[in-house]
Design a protein around this ligand. Structure first.
Ligand SMILES: *Cc1c(COP(=O)(O)O)cnc(C)c1O
Length: 409
């Protein structure tokens, strides 16, 4: 693979630490390289290829739409948007949907929706949003300010004002930072990049009560944990509470760039003509694909299978952890959103798994994320667990050799 120009410069901006590995096709849970090597994909473009690669229904929907109409603009009524929005409102708390193209845009739009809600009530000075340590909300400037991670913010000028961060899921700490300027609370029901950290359900419930008693809006970021990942269409559906606004992306397009803001009619009240927009948002191609993704994943049998296969993966992984306590310490998460906490450096585990032809992705808290397609089979779960065992054996052998070398020195 040629990556550099004749003058030795890689024309792709160097914003990522990329593996030299590259793929030319995909089928279900499998990715194939140019030379025909097959890898089991437990990364899925970071929880994006929810139905795996090349799903026949998605390919068909995209082809049919591509032959009809690609793009028209939101100057016109887009019937495909009406259809997907109707489906999403039928399946969730939401009454209003705005379509965009990515997670960061869904977050930006959610923040704007919350701020505008108060501005329209004459409360312009009420714009602050309470967020949590360990969160990840995206890379645009507002999303970065909401994320609050210094290492991502450094070098990009003053962060957008109006975000406060609470260090742990402690309701007293949240109460302590509420002021007359507070507009909303923003939280991922399960933190993804932070290391697959589930927020305790009682805490989500406490946040809902706090928002109700203080007239605040509750925003859930379900960009990663939504779209069936946890075995419910949305992770918060494991609880009996709902947010006022929710950001969605990643899995909803199954690989087609697509995001959405879901809101109650009340919370969306400020979003009137001229307040927000996106050229591509709600593009017929994305809508056609998104409709198939939602129809497929929202089926009760599908969600049930995700739960069963997630449980199988978790239990089988647990028995590997028991045998390799020097390499692995814990598996956590819900459904097929699992985090494997490593004892050794998580990067080394990702590399060793890649050596066994299993693709995974690191996260905070020294975790390796297991994010297979939601269509994964039990046979494929077993292949992944075998790969994990082999990777652990290899790692144990190298650690031992290294210990020996240290002794010799
Ligand atoms: C990935 C992610 C985002 C940002 O999504 P992009 O599509 O990369 O902009 C926001 N929130 C969460 C929880 C995410 O996992």
């Amino acid at each position: 693979m040629q990556t550099h120009n004749d003058n030795g410069i890689n024309p792709v901006m160097g914003t990522y630490n990329r593996s030299p590995l590259s793929f030319v096709r995909g089928d279900g849970a499998w990715l194939e390289t140019e030379t025909g090597d097959k890898y089991l994909d437990f990364t899925t473009g970071i929880a994006v290829n929810s139905l795996g690669h090349g799903h026949p229904k998605l390919v068909a929907a995209l082809k049919v739409q591509a032959e009809k109409l690609w793009h028209v603009s939101n100057l016109y009524t887009v019937p495909e948007q009406q259809a997907l929005a109707a489906k999403l409102t039928e399946l969730t708390f939401a009454e209003k949907i705005f379509f965009c193209n990515s997670g960061a845009e869904a977050i930006e739009g959610s923040i704007k929706t919350a701020r505008k809600y108060f501005a329209d009530k004459g409360e312009d000075s009420r714009y602050e949003i309470i967020c949590f340590a360990g969160a990840f909300h995206g890379r645009t400037l507002a999303a970065l300010a909401a994320t609050g991670n210094e290492s991502y913010l450094n070098g990009f000028g003053p962060p957008l004002a109006g975000f406060k961060h609470v260090d742990s899921f402690d309701i007293e700490l949240v109460k302590a930072v509420i002021t007359p300027a507070t507009a909303a609370i923003l939280i991922e029901p399960i933190q993804g990049e932070g290391g697959v950290v589930p927020v305790p359900f009682p805490f989500l419930k406490d946040l809902r009560e706090l928002c109700d008693s203080h007239g605040l809006l509750l925003i859930f970021d379900e960009v990663q944990c939504g779209i069936g990942r946890t075995g419910k269409l949305f992770a918060h559906q494991w609880t009996d509470i709902t947010p006022d606004i929710m950001s969605v992306a990643k899995g909803i397009g199954g690989g087609f760039p697509l995001g959405a803001i879901l809101a109650t009619e009340e919370a969306a009240a400020g979003m009137v003509p001229g307040t927000h927009g996106s050229t591509y948002g709600g593009n017929p191609l994305g809508m056609a694909v998104g409709k198939v993704v939602i129809d497929t994943i929202a089926a009760p049998e599908m969600l049930e299978t995700i739960c069963q296969n997630g449980l199988a993966l978790k239990q089988k992984t647990d028995s590997v952890i028991d045998r390799f306590p020097d390499i692995l310490s814990e598996i956590r998460g819900e459904g097929l959103m699992l985090g494997l906490k490593a004892v050794i450096e998580n990067k080394k585990l990702v590399e060793a798994l890649r050596g066994q032809k299993l693709l995974t992705v690191g996260a905070g808290d020294n975790v390796v994320r297991l994010l297979p397609p939601l269509t994964i089979t039990l046979e494929e779960v077993d292949i992944a667990v075998k790969a994990l065992e082999s990777a652990c054996e290899d790692l144990r052998a190298t650690e031992k050799t290294m210990d020996k070398k240290v002794e010799e020195v």
